[in-house]
Design a protein around this ligand. Sequence first.
Ligand SMILES: Nc1ncnc2c1ncn2[C@@H]1O[C@H](COP(=O)(O)OP(=O)(O)O)[C@@H](O)[C@H]1O
Ligand SMILES: [Mg+2]
Length: 533
Amino acid sequence: MLLDRESECREVDDLLEAGRRGRGGALVISGVGGVGKTALLDYALDQSADYVSVRTAGVETETHISFSALSDLLRPLLDHIDELPVRQSGALCGALGLSAPEDSDPLTLCCSVLGLLERAAVTHPVLAVIDDAHLIDARSAETLRFVARRLKDHRIVTLFAARDGEDTRLGEGGIRRLPLEGLGPEAARELLCASVDTPSPTVVTSLIRAAGGNPLALSEYATRVSHDRLRGAEPMDAPPAPGPRITEYFSRGARRLPEDSRWALVVAAASDADEPGMALEEFEQLGIASSAFDAAEAEGLVRVDGTRLEWCHPLVAAAVYHEATSSERRAAHRTIAEARAIAEADEVRCPPKQALHLAVAGLEPDEEVAHVLERAAGDALHSGAIPAAVGLGEVAARLTPDDGNRARRLVEAAEAAALVGRRPLAERLLEDAASISDQRTRLEAARIRKSLSEELLASVTELTVQELKVARLVAQGATNREAGEALFLSARTIEFHLGHIYRKLGLRSRTELARSFASKAPEPADSPPSRRS
Ligand SMILES: Nc1ncnc2c1ncn2[C@@H]1O[C@H](COP(=O)(O)OP(=O)(O)O)[C@@H](O)[C@H]1O
Ligand SMILES: [Mg+2]
């Protein structure tokens, strides 16, 4: 069933109805790969049972064979060839390889094709469908264009489907176009969520945006993205990897680019998939001159709007990114992270969003990288961006060369994972931590695991790890100063956290906190040193 194509179907219905009444016509259905052109042609064929239908589709390997498309299209109608004037039937037979080629003029041939369709339309109206018209041979294209412009007094309808951005030679000459856009959000959601009960609204929105409403991309996502990712329990790649057909359609243009232009696109795709436009100035900071995008703009892959770069279709970004090799992707993320890192007095800091680039870029254990990631995870945690903190913390741990530090970071990441309900990940991280022979870490891991199994986290999942620690200490009777000392924080910061805790848990006083918390909350790990010692 076609979703969200009411007006397009109506346009096809009207054309078919007019054809029945001897007021035929033609339509070029255009749009990007996977947008639903063939599906709309199929709809037309379904609606035209009273028509004689003939169809063909252009194929890349036959583009250079003159009249190959016309030959396929007209084969079912060749019984009528003897009804044509001799000159026309001779020209047609010659062109279609049914007799020795004739040196006839193009006009005779065009008239013979129109004449053949007319003869066939005497008993029933005729529908001629030409899919992938951007790939048909030039001689078929010019003949069919001639025919398509002369149908208004005939019971003949011609429908073409052609991909945007390709030269179809059908655009000129006044044939009506029906451009197809992506599906609207409701229909897109229906396609994407066909098999998932409770998809995460954020994930759904980001996938619909990544697909630009493209139905093929959406159905590929629906089958390829795991249920856990669709539910938001596992993080998504950014941009999410499209399926093979979409990758093929949308990376084609990039393959034709010179190497520096393609690299510029890989960096652009890696940089910020969610941003509507990227400032050219920022690319210059990444060592990419704005002229590197000229060739991509000429290919119709990106648009430069004043000082900003925009993708012509979001799937170009996803396809270019995932067609690149994994080492190119890592190099692109490293370039971005390094350019955006902030050098402070004696260390490098990375805002959490940029540190995510470092996380994707990193492969080898490296304490310096791990430390930057840990700091960023801490920042993310404090700002309430716990899912980001989980990802950053996990990578920080994995990239830590030293066993003791790695175990501690694994436990911290587990704690954050538990807080956002990613229990399998938390368990896995704790197991990894426990496998590192460090007595203190093993104890902490055991304690967190116990709290996970008590299913008490549900009531406090609103709290950040830091808030959980503050709440626990204050509930045990600690003053703000004592809690601050235990957590290396100022008393004012404790007060600030307490404000959040009260609001999130709907409490008003320390006494209420003590009462409620003592009965519900899990024991957090004894604050492991949250900074590098
Ligand atoms: N309006 C729609 N509603 C639901 N599915 C659609 C719709 N349009 C296309 N599809 C599905 O999307 C996929 C791609 O469509 P297709 O017509 O092959 O794209 P195109 O010919 O433009 O490359 C097909 O599986 C098709 O069934
Ligand atoms: Mg198609």
